[in-house]
Design a binder for this molecule. Structure first.
Ligand code: TYD
Length: 231
């Protein structure tokens, strides 16, 4: 058990930052320490949200514009929270989520140019106050991230092209990188930035140490009078 109210960890960063590897390693480390861990991803993670993932990543929604895509990401997130994330947290489990609301803030808000009031409204409706306890931002220069993502796409899906988001240009990736860094500096209590160009074992150790600190803090605040109740 992590805490009696569960622990919600999101991973953010551009393509090729190594999120899936780090999620796998953190899950292994936490399970070895006796925690029950759920790993999940966005868009997707629940049957309804996985259906929307297909629509979004195949590019089928692209023709309808960025507002439509933003609404679909939000709808997928609401379903994912209802069906998977909140139930796991209610059972006291650790949820490790590959991307969450910061991806919408950056991809739809910053580089999609969706107006801030619409982004704020979608966020309110989709997450209803459930934010991660900690968000790990894997930071990498856009050029390196893109190279890694291309290599991976070549190796893993030979002959297939990367999804429509991965095709976008270096400049956009750099803007997104800055977008994640801006969120992290605005919300330092929730976000930790990690240098994703380091050795993956070293990053995994840093992440485990961060997460253990958050677990200790949450357990401490419960013993201090239950201030850790979720909003
Ligand atoms: P995915 O194949 O999961 O790739 P990655 O390894 O980059 O996480 O693709 C998810 C894509 O969807 C990714 O390009 C980012 C994008 N995305 C958004 O635009 N908005 C969102 O809210 C989320 C969750 C993802």
């Amino acid at each position: 058990m992590a805490t009696a109210r569960g622990l919600f960890v999101s991973f953010e960063g551009g393509e090729g930052a190594g999120k899936s590897t780090q999620i796998r390693l953190l899950a292994e480390n936490l399970r070895a320490a006796g925690h029950t861990v759920v790993t999940t991803r966005e868009p997707g993670g629940s049957p309804g949200a996985e259906a929307l993932r297909h629509v979004l990543l195949s590019g089928a929604a692209e023709a309808f514009g960025v507002r439509m895509e933003a609404l679909l990401f939000a709808a997928a997130r609401a379903d994912h929270l209802d069906c998977v994330i909140r139930p796991a947290l209610a059972r006291g489990e650790v949820v490790l989520c590959d991307r969450f609301v910061d991806s919408s803030r950056v991809y739809q808000g910053v580089t999609g140019n969706i107006e801030p009031p619409l982004m704020a409204a979608l966020e309110r409706v989709s997450i209803g106050g459930t934010m991660p306890d900690v968000t790990l931002v894997l930071d990498l220069p856009a050029e390196i991230g893109l190279q890694r993502a291309r290599r991976r796409a070549g190796e893993e899906t030979e002959g297939a092209s990367p999804d429509r988001f991965e095709k976008e240009k270096l400049e956009i990736h750099e803007k997104r990188r800055q977008g994640f860094l801006d969120i992290a500096s605005r919300e330092p209590d929730r976000c930790r930035v990690l240098d994703a160009s380091l050795d993956k074992g070293r990053i995994a150790r840093d992440i485990l140490a961060e997460v253990q600190l958050v677990i200790a803090r949450l357990q401490g605040s419960r013993h201090d009078g239950g201030q850790a109740a979720r909003p």
